[in-house]
Design a binder for this molecule. Structure first.
Ligand code: ATP
Ligand code: MG
Ligand code: MG
Ligand code: MG
Length: 483
């Protein structure tokens, strides 16, 4: 029998507890006091000050499941989400840490033992990567990790990776170090048979995915771009919970696991469209099921949608979900908020904040949806007037106008194409892309000073610092309460 997601999460925490790790709660997703980071993007981010030697260590070994959000900054996966089946906006990262305690040997041994002996993943479907070094930064190849891995896995399944994949950095600044990733091959036996022993990692095939990253924290990237040695050596690991569930439940998409299926089936039922029948409607369902998690947990953790900074990031995610629903699932009325009940139930006993703030979250989401749908409707009226008034023998919507719909009314180009098609028109895609490129280079220039767009939340929702409790002080988790 397959493990359900609750048991999978629990097995991880139990395993590391048995290895003397202190289990701590997830920190809030929203970061309030760090100009280099808007949202927690990895399990290690809340422990940054411990790695830097700024905060004291009370528990040298810690494990948890951390809510993460990758929609801005250095780790931004938003464009992949829904299109592929294993990158989310908000996801859980299972992690174990050593703060100046154990290092590569134990980290690798335990990762391997947990995956192959507790979770019973087939060894012949696992691959690992180690850092190949980087001459420019004067970093040596990680022979130490390689030698340790050789005890567990055949050498031809150990691949060298470059700085992009195997040197982990939290952001442009902060703790960093070489890492060793574990990948799993989820392709069918038939497909694998065609391989002739060729080793793959996730860049090569969508069903060969990275599940776990073990980072050996040794450096700090300074503001001037240089690396300095940290005062001690640490271990920071992060395993994608939803990907692990996919592997353990014998699926090839995170959305086919019990983490996402209740929401997907609810959406499918409400729309009267089956999931798995058509790529476009599938993507839309995945986007909605994914985005509502990010939206809900940022609200519970202290960030409302707004027009600036972190709030704007959330608003854009919400609108992306509404547009997919509107365009492909014919959802013309507020809908996303209805998913919050399912989520609150799912995270009961894991992240209780959602259950506690459920009605508030639903209200905020519904209001946002209502107002954005109104904007969409206005854009449609604009579109109809355009079709009536413009003389185009080719029956082609101009690039300029389709860009205006995109820019002013938040229309994705898909929606404009859909509307055009319904009238027997086409869209000048080349023209649209030209305007889009121009805008992109304008905004690239504007965000060149990356942290400059970070704006502290204040007026919209006041948060009151309620202090650290005994445990949290040690791991520098800061608690806020809405007032
Ligand atoms: P990928 O190469 O697949 O984008 P990554 O190397 O960016 O992953 P890490 O920063 O190493 O990811 O994070 C640790 C783990 O978190 C990954 O091994 C993966 O299992 C999981 N993970 C990373 N990004 C996402 C995401 N957007 N959604 C779900 N899980 C993720
Ligand atoms: Mg990534
Ligand atoms: Mg990777
Ligand atoms: Mg990685």
């Amino acid at each position: 029998t397959k493990m359900d997601s609750r048991s999978i999460r629990k097995a991880f925490l139990d395993y590391f507890e048995s290895k003397q790790h202190k289990i701590v709660p997830s920190a809030p997703l929203v970061v309030k006091n760090d100009p280099t980071l808007m949202f927690i993007n990895s399990g290690m981010a809340p422990f940054k000050d411990i790695f830097l030697g700024v905060s004291p260590v009370k528990f040298p070994r810690v494990a948890d499941t951390q809510k993460c959000l990758r929609v801005s900054g250095k780790h931004n996966d938003l464009e992949e989400v829904g299109i592929d089946t294993y990158h989310h906006t908000m996801f859980e990262m299972l992690g174990n840490w050593s703060f100046g305690d154990y290092f590569k040997k134990e980290a690798i041994e335990w990762a391997w033992e947990l995956l192959t002996e507790v979770y019973n993943l087939p060894k012949d479907r696992l691959y690992v990567t180690v850092f190949e070094g980087d001459a420019k930064e004067n970093l040596a190849p990680d022979h130490e990790a390689l030698d340790i891995w050789k005890k567990y896995i055949a050498e031809d399944r150990i691949l060298y990776g470059n700085k992009k994949d195997n040197f982990w950095e939290m952001g442009d600044q902060g703790p960093c170090g070489p890492c060793s990733e574990i990948h799993i091959d989820l392709r069918s036996d038939a497909e694998r048979a065609k391989l002739d022993g060729k080793v793959l990692v996730n860049n090569d095939h969508p069903q060969v995915v990275e599940v776990w990253n073990n980072v050996f924290m040794e450096f700090n990237r300074k503001a001037d771009g240089s690396l300095e040695k940290l005062p001690a050596q640490h271990v920071d690991t992060g395993m994608g919970f939803e990907r692990l569930c996919m592997a353990l439940q014998g699926k090839t998409s995170n959305y086919d696991t019990d983490v996402f299926q209740p929401m997907i089936q609810f959406i499918a039922g409400q729309c009267g469209i089956a999931y798995g029948k058509d790529e476009k409607t599938d993507i839309a369902m995945r986007v909605m099921a994914d985005h509502i998690r990010a939206i809900s947990f940022t609200i519970t953790d202290g960030q409302l949608p707004s027009n600036t900074g972190a709030g704007y990031v959330i608003r854009r995610i919400l609108r992306r979900a509404v547009r997919y629903g509107y365009t492909f699932l014919n959802l013309k009325e507020p809908f996303l908020y209805k998913l919050v009940d399912l989520l609150a139930e799912q995270f009961d006993g894991v992240f209780n904040e959602l259950k506690e703030q459920k009605d508030f979250v639903k209200k905020v989401v519904k209001e946002e949806e209502t107002s954005f749908l109104r904007t969409l409707e206005k854009g449609i009226i604009e579109f109809e007037q355009y079709i009536k008034s413009v003389k185009s023998v080719k029956k082609e919507v101009s690039g300029e106008f389709s860009f205006k719909l995109y820019d002013t009314f938040g229309f994705p180009i898909d929606l404009t194409q859909l509307l055009a098609r319904e009238m027997g028109w086409t869209v000048d895609m080349e023209g649209f892309n030209k305007y889009l490129q121009e805008q992109k280079s304008r905004s690239r220039a504007a965000t060149a000073i990356d942290t400059g767009d970070w704006i502290m939340v204040g007026a919209e929702k006041e948060t009151e610092f309620i202090g650290y409790d005994e445990l949290e002080a040690e791991v520098t988790i800061i608690k806020y309460r809405k007032v």
